[in-house]
Design a protein around this ligand. Structure first.
Ligand code: CKP
Ligand code: MG
Length: 311
């Protein structure tokens, strides 16, 4: 009876309000692309689970407490006694410039392996979601991600793959050689315009990449355009939905919110354009508030930003 299973690494994010080099207070938050999506769906009343490894200390406890407080199912989480929690510093360098620095090599989350995913996937979620960050974490995590998308696809569980390229974790060439085959198992591929060629031929433009993906069995390709909204490509053609204009205070997490909105619409049986409208609405909630997921709406709050479009 699970709507969505997500697989990835949850991070402890330490945020500064000024340059890290001069110190000052940091605030502690839960981050992680896949757990952000799980929270987005749980806020809207869907049954969402997150699976990954957390450290067996107070930081791992923090991650679990946050997820549970948001109503995310954590039954499949493993606590790793030997490895630390992955950390991320989010430095507000100037009012307009933020920088991310990871301390995640050798983390508990990066030790994810196939065995961690067998039981959660066997439970038969309605959807599986992960991003290109998960296979970038380690060899065992790459094997786990590959096994999960293949097994899900073979069992008829639709897979959503967000490319989510992170230059701090791997090169574009490394990413392409892992992610392009993974995309062949996906029903939905989510990417920003500059990520599309990581799941297609090098230097492929949007139409060429989309054609490649649809030919390979992908049903829907979602291209995120930031302030310009988003496009959805399917065998029936392309649809565009404009962004909801808001005052952007923090864009980290917007992509995950967008995906959560889309998948929520899918679970609710909305048509393509209404799914896209809910996606851009959640993206707007994410950029209009601080934190990756803290500002995401409950179902009765959807109309705060979307009017009637996504309600
Ligand atoms: O693409 P997004 O801005 O939605 O993703 C943000 C997340 O998992 C953030 O939570 C961060 O921890 C990460 O992506 C990452 O590993 O970079
Ligand atoms: Mg993203």
């Amino acid at each position: 009876d699970l709507d969505l299973l997500t697989v990835g690494e949850a991070l402890v994010s330490l945020r500064s309000s000024g340059p890290l080099a001069v110190g000052g207070p940091l605030t502690m938050h839960l981050a992680g692309a896949e757990s952000n999506v799980a929270i987005g769906l749980a806020r809207l009343g869907h049954r969402a689970a997150w699976v990954g490894r957390v450290s067996d200390d107070e930081l791992g406890e923090f991650v679990l407490r946050q997820l549970r407080a948001e109503g995310v199912d954590t039954a499949g989480v493993r606590r790793d006694p030997d490895r630390p929690s992955g950390l991320m510093f989010l430095e507000r360098r100037t009012a307009d410039v933020s920088r991310v620095r990871y301390h995640r090599a050798g983390s508990a989350g990066s030790a994810l392996c196939v065995d961690d995913l067998r039981a959660p996937l066997a439970a038969g979620p309605r959807l599986l979601h992960l991003t290109g960050i998960t296979p970038a974490l380690s060899d065992s995590a790459r094997d786990a991600a590959t096994w999960a998308v293949r097994t899900a696809a073979e069992s008829g569980i639709p897979v959503c793959l967000d490319v989510n390229y992170r230059s701090g974790l791997w090169s574009r060439e490394q990413a392409r050689s892992t992610l392009a085959p993974l995309a062949g198992y996906a029903s939905v591929v989510v990417a920003s315009a500059d990520e599309l060629d990581l799941v297609a031929e090098p230097d492929a433009d949007e139409n060429a990449a989309v054609a490649d993906l649809l030919r390979g069995g992908v049903r829907t390709v979602l291209v995120k355009l930031g302030a310009d909204g988003a496009r959805a490509h399917t065998a029936d053609g392309v649809r565009h939905v404009p962004a909801v204009p808001v005052t952007a205070v923090d864009t980290v997490g917007a992509g995950d919110a967008f995906t959560a909105g889309y998948l929520s619409g899918h679970l609710d049986g909305l048509d393509l354009v209404d799914r896209l409208r809910r996606a851009v609405a959640l993206g707007a909630f994410a950029v209009a508030g601080h934190g990756d997921w803290e500002g995401l709406p409950r179902r009765d709050e959807l109309s705060l930003i979307t009017g009637s479009a996504a309600g």
